[in-house]
Design a binder for this molecule. Structure first.
Ligand SMILES: [Cu+2]
Length: 140
């Protein structure tokens, strides 16, 4: 959270920051923040093209198990108090984000990413900012 966080047009049809917090608190997720689809089945060696259609940065982070991200503010209300280690480490009680890498891709608003899948069985991806954003990829 900082300057510029969640700054976006709040005209009709857009969600306000207070609306975002209210929905997160009630549902443990915010429906407009999601991977679509949330589950896909692909052939070995497939290429995944991801477009960020939203108004803020998301991460596409491969994790062994789904967990929280690097923002306590969103981990607790979403029911993910423990961060996935691929998203953040706990250092002296504070969450320290893992740096961007080929397995931890930060995609800015309007940005894209391409991932070559080499998974054997099931691959799991989540957003390390909004940890309810989850994508499971299985092999055909
Ligand atoms: Cu996100």
């Amino acid at each position: 959270m900082g300057p510029g966080t969640c700054v976006r047009d709040t005209t009709n049809g857009e969600i306000t920051f207070s609306g975002f917090v209210a929905e997160l608190t009630a549902d443990k997720s915010v429906g407009a923040w999601r991977f679509a689809p949330q589950q896909i089945s692909v052939s070995e060696g497939a290429t995944l093209h991801v477009n960020n259609l939203g108004g803020e940065t998301h991460t596409l982070t491969e994790v062994k198990r789904f967990g929280g991200g690097f923002l306590d503010f969103l981990n607790g209300p979403s029911g993910n108090p423990i961060p996935a280690p691929e998203c953040a480490q706990v250092v002296d009680g504070a969450l320290v984000p893992e740096p961007p890498s080929d397995e931890n891709i930060f995609i800015p608003a309007g940005g894209t990413a391409t991932v070559h899948l080499e998974h054997g069985v099931t691959a799991r991806y989540q957003c390390c900012i909004h940890p309810w954003m989850r994508l499971t990829i299985t092999k055909d």
